[in-house]
Design a protein. Structure first.
Lengths: 602, 138
């Protein structure tokens, strides 16, 4: 134990029905920080790269950060890592709410879940218990009711539950994990892996205090940066609006995905933007220890949800031509309850709509048919009719039915709500994110489309994206939420007052780069090649007709040249493989490099 | 009630609990805080609840060894006298009193007039109002 790091992981083998506690050495906290990094490092060590993601050999790694459970704002997230059944890459997601802090108070930095339970079960974790509880009665239940039933069964309202719905049980490849109803760990099919393990839920309760080297100093430092960075101001727009504020920005920048990324502006955007949602907002809601409180609880007629977040508005709103606020809210809540990632679900539905409209294949659903979209979401969840194939995601659908140009995905994961033609660096980020189509590896859009950099050039963007990714990976490994736009120097100071030791911005960024490279190594060992670091052809072949991007064709040649520049800057070879020299410079452990060398022959 | 909550603005972040446990117990631990924020979803909204000392003084009246007193503003527990019987905990109408690891009663003392929960609340939900003196006119 050092500072806020327990130095403990819980290893649960669902096949054997055992729970054991193992030590986590301090060097893991110092080199991989926590959350995303710690999870990636454990997957790297435990899960061979040729593992079938839907087999008992895959693992779910829950990980917290050194700031989780402390008074540092925005730090209570929980990461879950696995090999993704959707993409085949290493993946991780993070979820807010209270579960991450609760796990920390239960006395663990990480929980590793392996094997497969003989029947549907949930796992209960507390400081003095680890129990795998057979729960056939929860079969088929939505995430909301599962959460309620487990708290009731355990006779403890304060238990925090992470649950899957029927989508996860039925192995929909983009099933999510829901916590406290409306907090989702959405991407990459982490919920699918839960289902494959017959794991309906994980319930956590903790009461152990988190220690830091000097509690007074920790409080003073945290208070200082909360104030200096303005995150607890009531005027901070993430509090005032939450993520729906991005709708207007995307619309103005011409990159709001509309009708499956055919257009970048939506004529009905005002019906689903922040101003519209505020009309039906009942309350604000924060995650544990978060001074911002981005959550919006909205009620429109019979529809209610804590949300919808921007990505959901883009993918289940403008991208499927759904301008109906109440139906958007309903779709959001239904996906949360059934346990479906709203981004991938929206991407799949939009693909099917465009295929039908373009006469490529009649999936029986067209743009604007939101009621049918609601029905399709249920069919996907229960694998009924075409829903059975749609449960595999847009890439697999396109392999069977054609129309690859309408499957807006990278490495099999559907893209979030930003058209890269309106912010070219975002395209580099999408193409190189280790978990496939994802907006979390870097967010250069705020500097380009919403900032002062030219969004329509690749000049200088390879370096920009790589640097941002390194910083983001460090930030998410320390467990700080994206909504705190925090400098690496601040992270270094916060690491010092929670974990201890001497930290600098350079050390933080280097850890971030190490973690990024660990994930890349894993994917290369899986068999991914540089040519898969690309974007759907639509973005190279079609020019947006409205808004700022309209006169700016993004060519594939320019994009590919930028990828080479990106590889060079990262110290990777022409095929996008990290070189041994670079990995050694990053101080990746020799045994990991040996394994990588054996597979790649580098 | 010395600690006033404008619950409509409470987001349920529980920073107040973290500040409380850190200030008094030297660790971050919401279950060791002297106030408690919970939430639940019912029908049409999120409901946020704040449990805190209301200065009702029942604990003082039921303590069998006279370990609990007040100074007109907050409660005071004499840990030398406290025998850890838990009578105060059992009789506290809000359920906010607990016994610490050494079996001593823990009751909110308003940080002796400068409550950390008030200081740390990011949305100014909590305010500290000094009780009016007897006979003072409104």
């Amino acid at each position: 134990m050092k500072g806020s790091f327990w130095g403990k992981k819980l290893v649960v083998d669902l096949s054997k029905g055992t729970c054991t506690t193992e030590d986590l050495p301090e060097y893991l906290a110092e080199n991989y920080l926590g959350q995303k990094g710690l999870g990636a490092r454990i997957i790297m060590e435990d899960v061979p790269t040729d593992t079938d993601p839907l087999s008992p050999e895959n693992e779910l790694v829950f990980s917290t950060g050194v700031m989780t459970g402390t008074i540092v704002s925005c730090s209570a997230k929980l990461a879950i890592s696995a090999k993704s059944p959707l993409t085949g890459t290493i993946t991780d997601g993070s979820v807010g709410g209270h579960a991450g802090a609760e796990l920390k108070y239960a006395g663990y930095d990480a929980v590793v879940i392996k094997g497969r339970a003989p029947e549907l079960s949930y796992l209960y974790i507390s400081p003095d218990k680890c129990e795998i509880k057979a729960s056939p009665e929860l079969k088929g239940l939505g995430t909301f009711e599962t959460d309620d039933r487990i708290r009731k069964a355990e006779e403890d309202e304060e238990i925090k539950v992470l649950a899957i719905g029927p989508a996860g049980e039925n192995q929909v490849l983009y099933a999510c994990v829901s916590s406290e109803r409306y907090r989702q760990l959405g991407r990459g099919g982490i919920g699918t892996v839960f289902g494959n393990k017959n794991l309906k839920a994980v319930a956590v309760r903790g009461w152990l205090g988190v220690q830091v080297p000097d509690v007074q100093k920790c409080m003073e430092t945290a208070a200082h940066y909360h104030k200096a960075d303005g995150i607890i101001d009531k005027e901070y727009e993430i509090y005032d609006d939450g993520t729906p504020m991005l709708v207007n920005l995307s619309q103005e920048s011409g990159l709001l995905p509309t009708r499956n990324f055919q257009e970048g502006t939506y004529e009905h955007y005002e019906k689903i933007n922040s101003e519209s949602l505020k009309e039906v907002r009942q309350n604000k809601k924060a995650c544990f220890s978060c001074g911002i409180a981005c959550g919006n609880y909205v009620v429109d007629g019979d529809a209610r949800v804590e949300g919808p977040e921007y990505e959901t508005i883009a993918l289940l709103g403008s991208s499927i031509d759904n301008p109906d606020r109440a139906k958007l809210i309903e779709l959001n809540a239904v996906c949360d309850d059934l346990g479906l990632d709203t981004i991938s679900a929206g991407g799949v539905i939009a693909y099917m709509m465009e295929m039908t409209e373009k006469g490529k294949h009649d999936f029986g659903i067209r743009f604007g048919e939101t009621d049918k979209a609601l029905e399709l979401v249920r069919k996907i969840t229960y694998r009924e009719g075409i829903g059975d194939e749609a449960a595999g995601g847009s890439k697999r659908l396109a392999e069977k039915y054609g129309g690859a140009e309408f499957a807006i995905q990278v490495k099999g994961q559907e893209l979030p709500g930003y058209d890269p033609r309106g912010s070219w660096a975002m395209g580099i980020a999408f193409a190189t994110a280790p978990r496939g189509g994802c907006h979390m590896s870097a967010y250069p859009i705020e500097l380009e489309a919403w900032g002062t950099l030219d969004p329509f050039t690749f000049e200088g963007k390879a370096k920009l994206v790589a640097d941002m990714q390194n910083a983001q990976f460090a930030k998410f490994s320390m467990g700080v939420c994206d909504f705190w736009p925090v400098e690496s120097e601040t992270l270094a100071k916060l690491f010092e007052v929670t974990y201890g030791g001497d930290w600098t911005a350079a050390k933080v960024d280097k850890a971030g780069e190490r973690i990024f490279n660990i994930q890349r190594m894993y994917n290369i060992m899986v068999g991914f090649e540089g040519r898969e670091d690309t974007l759907p052809q639509r973005f190279f072949k079609e020019i947006l007709k409205d808004g700022p991007p309209k006169d700016h064709p993004m060519t594939e040649d320019a994009f590919n040249a930028t990828m080479q520049e990106y590889y060079t800057y990262r110290g990777w070879d022409k095929e996008g493989r990290p070189t041994i020299e670079r990995l050694e410079e990053l101080e990746v452990e020799p045994e990991l490099i040996d394994r990588y060398r054996a597979v790649t022959g580098l | 009630m010395p600690l006033k909550f404008h619950l409509k603005d409470c987001t349920g972040c529980q920073l107040c609990q973290l500040a409380c446990s850190a200030a008094h117990e030297g660790e971050f631990n919401p279950v060791k805080a002297r106030l408690r924020i919970t939430h639940d979803y019912r029908e049409n909204n999120i409901y946020i609840h704040a449990t805190r000392c209301t200065f009702c003084k029942i604990c003082e009246n039921v303590c069998p060894v006279g370990a609990i007193s007040n100074n007109g503003k907050w409660m005071i527990v004499d840990h030398n006298k406290c025998i850890g019987c838990g009578t105060c905990e059992q009789n506290c109408p809000t359920g906010v009193i607990y016994l610490n690891d050494n079996k001593k009663s823990i009751i909110c003392d308003l940080c002796e007039g400068e409550p950390k929960c008030v200081e740390w609340c990011p949305k100014d939900v909590i305010s500290y109002v000094e009780p009016k003196k007897k006979g003072a006119k409104k």
